[in-house]
Design a protein around this ligand. Structure first.
Ligand SMILES: Nc1nc2c(ncn2[C@@H]2O[C@H](COP(=O)(O)OP(=O)(O)OP(=O)(O)O)[C@@H](O)[C@H]2O)c(=O)[nH]1
Ligand SMILES: [Mg+2]
Length: 184
């Protein structure tokens, strides 16, 4: 599924997805991997980056604008304004720095406060190439607990470096966004 592809049809639904999480967890690199199917390590984002990608969901085409927000503390105060109007969210952490998971409730509360509180949110643990199978199991359990506690839509572990697990979270979020729209 990765790789840019745009559909020319009138059946396009345009939505905004905010990508949030602490600095250096790999948000921008992840989106680059999704877009190009290659590992292009990013430098720390200043403010915000955008990526627009089309996704086929059943007979619908979702045109998703990913708003990739800088994770560094100095940009935090502007986040509430930037995340407003989102139809879905990806919250990322770095599996090799598990404390980055503990920082996510702050991001989540800003997302919920400035959007429909039932917004679908996917949790993503990136950089699984840096940990062992045993550590992966521990991280998966922590992610599972987090999803339950904060009522998120699901979690995925991935690596922008190896490419493992990149497509599934994007596909899942697309399906959730369409389901949400049907319910309204
Ligand atoms: N080993 C490994 N390193 C990664 C992976 N993804 C990103 N990185 C590294 O992490 C660094 C930070 O990635 P970024 O994509 O800039 O992180 P970010 O979350 O966008 O950071 P901010 O823009 O500051 O919020 C990159 O320069 C890569 O060196 C991965 O899957 N595995
Ligand atoms: Mg970035």
């Amino acid at each position: 599924m990765t790789g840019s592809k745009f559909f020319v049809t009138s059946n396009v639904i345009t939505v905004k997805v905010v990508v949030a999480g602490p600095g250096g967890v790999g948000k921008t690199t992840l989106l680059k991997r999704y877009e190009t199917n290659s590992y292009i390590p990013a430098v720390s984002t200043i403010g915000i980056n955008f990526l627009v990608m089309d996704q086929e969901v059943g007979d619908k085409i979702l045109r998703i604008a990913y708003w990739d927000y800088a994770g560094e503390d100095r940009f935090r105060s502007l986040f509430p304004g930037y995340c407003t109007g989102s139809t879905g969210a990806i919250m990322a952490f770095d599996v090799s720095r598990i404390q980055t998971l503990a920082e996510l409730p702050d991001w989540l509360s800003m997302i919920k406060k400035n959007n429909d509180p039932n917004i679908p949110v996917i949790l993503l643990g990136n950089k699984i190439d840096t940990i062992t199978e045993e550590e992966r199991e521990v991280v998966a359990q922590a992610a599972k607990r987090f999803v339950k506690e904060y009522k998120l839509s699901g979690y995925y572990l991935c690596s922008s470096k190896s490419g493992e697990g990149i497509d599934a979270p994007f596909s899942h979020l697309g399906i959730l966004i369409i389901e949400n729209k049907k319910g309204k």
